[in-house]
Design a protein around this ligand. Structure first.
Ligand code: UDP
Length: 319
């Protein structure tokens, strides 16, 4: 296939490029680098099956030649208010990438009769009142809350995707991505794993926001990419959760990171640092992925952290 990936220079986009090239496809990457990094795709410059366009997907996009699949991954995604690349500080771009960017990508899918895959998110469940979250749960999102620029953009993107499927018969799919970690995460984006792992490797205390009782379920990137690619190759149209079911509190997560890195500096509580509407719990119900895609995650947290640490050490100049 000839596959267009938007957000190709991002954490997930760049891993998708690698995987789809390894599967024998031709990949066209697109990114405007507002949150992605050229470093993530620099190694692909020598690959004849990879080409790249620096574009903002919220403007009209043109891709010469036939395209067989489009994966729309372009969007700021970090919820951290302190992060320059987070969606709190890029609110309009975030809404445009989810709304106008999705519309443009669906247009390319339609004229090419191509498979379309939308990168959606567990954030569409908001601060969930149902636990764990299955795809049938409609979510708890405040449309004017601070996270809404991301949550509602992705919710709109899902609605638009289903409209193109139902009205124009476009071959669409939607993946709802839960917390993911691994090499090529932006160390400065303020999310839990980059913050805590960086602090641990530097011998600093780990900053746990609130009392650390809020839960997340962290998936290693290779598992996540495998689930996404299985969805791409399937003929499923309805949303599918992809994530790791192993739920833990942020405090347990921080303790696991201190243990594996041998960090002796402990934990420091930042009582007031949780962002507004920071979900109290999050765990995917992955029954649909197991049933439809025969997918489930394989990499346990300790193993995933071991595979992630060398990248962090290199970025921190500790390698
Ligand atoms: N968090 C934390 N310390 C940090 C960064 C994040 O305790 O240094 C918490 C944050 O408040 C949230 C959880 O970790 O409850 C996960 O946050 P993240 O930014 O990774 O993304 P989210 O899962 O909220 O989208």
């Amino acid at each position: 296939m000839r596959i267009l990936i938007t957000g190709a220079a991002g954490f997930l986009g760049s891993h998708l490029c690698d995987r789809l090239l390894a599967d024998g496809h031709e990949v066209i990457g697109m990114d405007n680098f507002i949150t992605g990094s050229p470093d993530n795709i620099a190694h692909l410059a020598v690959n004849d099956n990879f080409s790249f366009y620096k574009r903002d997907v919220s403007n009209y996009i043109f891709v010469p030649g036939k395209v067989d699949a489009i994966l729309h991954f372009a969007s700021p995604a970090s919820p951290n208010p302190q992060s320059k690349s987070g969606y709190f500080n890029l609110p309009i771009q975030t809404m445009k990438a989810g709304a106008l960017g999705t519309h443009n990508c669906l247009g390319v899918a339609r004229i090419n009769n191509a498979r379309f895959l939308l990168a959606s998110t567990s954030e569409i469940y908001g601060d969930p009142e149902v636990h764990p979250q299955a795809e049938t749960y409609a979510g708890n999102v405040d449309p004017v809350g601070e996270r809404a620029v991301y949550d509602e953009a992705k919710r709109f993107a899902e609605s638009l995707t289903m409209a193109y499927h139902r009205f124009h018969n476009v071959n669409t799919s939607i993946v709802r991505i839960f917390n993911t970690y691994g090499p090529r995460m932006d160390l400065e984006d303020g999310r839990a794993l980059p913050n805590l792992l960086k602090q641990a490797l530097l011998g600093q205390p780990l900053t746990v926001y609130g009392d650390g009782s809020q839960t997340r379920s962290f998936c290693y990137v290779e598992d996540l990419i495998d689930g996404i690619v299985k969805l791409l190759y399937s003929d499923e149209h309805y949303p599918v959760n992809i994530g790791n079911q192993h739920e833990m509190s942020i405090l347990q997560f921080a303790e696991a990171i201190n243990k594996i890195t041998g960090n002796q500096a402990g934990i420091v509580y930042h009582e007031n640092s949780r962002s507004a509407r920071d979900p109290q719990m999050r765990q995917p119900d992955i029954t649909r992925a197991q049933t439809i895609l025969n997918w489930e995650p394989k990499v346990a947290l300790e193993e995933g952290l071991r595979r992630t640490i060398p990248f962090f050490k290199e970025k921190l100049g500790l390698a």
